[in-house]
Design a protein. Structure first.
Length: 257
């Protein structure tokens, strides 16, 4: 059989078009494919919910790939080790309460398990805006990341979701769009994003999970974004809180769905 380049192109375009069409009206849309976002999507998809995740970069995984200072090892505390175990990520005890895992294995395994559970991940797509109806977030406004990077004047498309999850990490991008453009008061002390504090791993890991909750009607914070929105320290290359935050938000949303 001869390979036909046009057939190859048609296969990719038709398949992607069908996948994207199904992603335009879902239960939950997640922005940001770091560990928190992927774990959240995994639990939602595993429960049979239509979940889709948009990542602006070519690769998923957020900051987990690099471990600490590009040493590709991550630390997970004992309370979160069970999530690594559930995903099948190998870990080893460093000392009481501390477990090490290879960051490459962690990202690739979490991503693979999430996709196989039914989570649809679209990379190279940015959420440049949100849809708001009656002071509630109802969807996302999407464009190619390349359009954003080149500063081209190209109009976006929209998608609808019953709930949106901001898992964009330190920038808290979706929450800041809401703050800047919608006039909606956030469920923080100031009504606006509080900003993250200097590093304190112990407190940061606890508050990441506590703060992973509803920001405003229809929008949830998940992972490091939660401390940027509600105020809390950054935590550095310990990732248990990220995993637990993804699980927590998924459980909260499953109750509402």
């Amino acid at each position: 059989m001869k390979l036909d380049e046009v057939v190859i192109s048609k296969a990719i375009i038709e398949s992607y078009k069908d996948k994207l069409m199904k992603a335009l009206d879902v239960d939950v849309a997640i922005v940001g494919a770091g560990p928190a976002g992927m774990v959240c999507g995994y639990y939602l998809a595993r429960a049979g919910r239509r979940a889709v995740l948009f990542e602006r970069k070519l690769s998923v995984g957020g900051g987990m790939w690099g471990g600490g200072i590009m040493f590709n090892e991550i630390v997970v505390q004992d309370k979160a080790k069970r999530i690594l175990d559930e995903f099948g990520v190998r870990s080893r005890r460093y000392q009481d309460g501390y477990y090490l895992a290879d960051s490459i294995e962690s990202v690739s395994t979490i991503c693979s398990k999430a996709v196989k559970a039914g989570l649809k991940i679209f990379n190279l797509i940015s959420a440049e805006d949100v849809m708001v109806r009656n002071k509630r977030v109802t969807g996302l406004v999407l464009n190619w990341t390349a359009v954003e990077m080149a500063n081209l004047h190209v109009d976006p498309v929209t998608m609808r979701a019953k709930f949106v999850v901001d898992a964009t990490g330190h920038p808290a991008e979706v929450a800041r769009i809401i703050e800047r453009k919608s006039g909606i008061r956030l469920k923080t002390k100031s009504g606006k994003t509080m900003g993250e504090e200097s590093m304190w791993a112990e407190v940061g890991e606890e508050t990441i999970v506590e703060n992973s909750k509803e920001i405003c009607p229809g929008l949830y914070a998940c992972g490091m974004c939660a401390n940027a929105v509600f105020g809390g320290p950054r935590m550095g290359p310990v990732f248990g809180g990220m995993l637990l935050a993804g699980e927590k938000v998924a459980k909260d949303l499953l109750k509402k769905l």
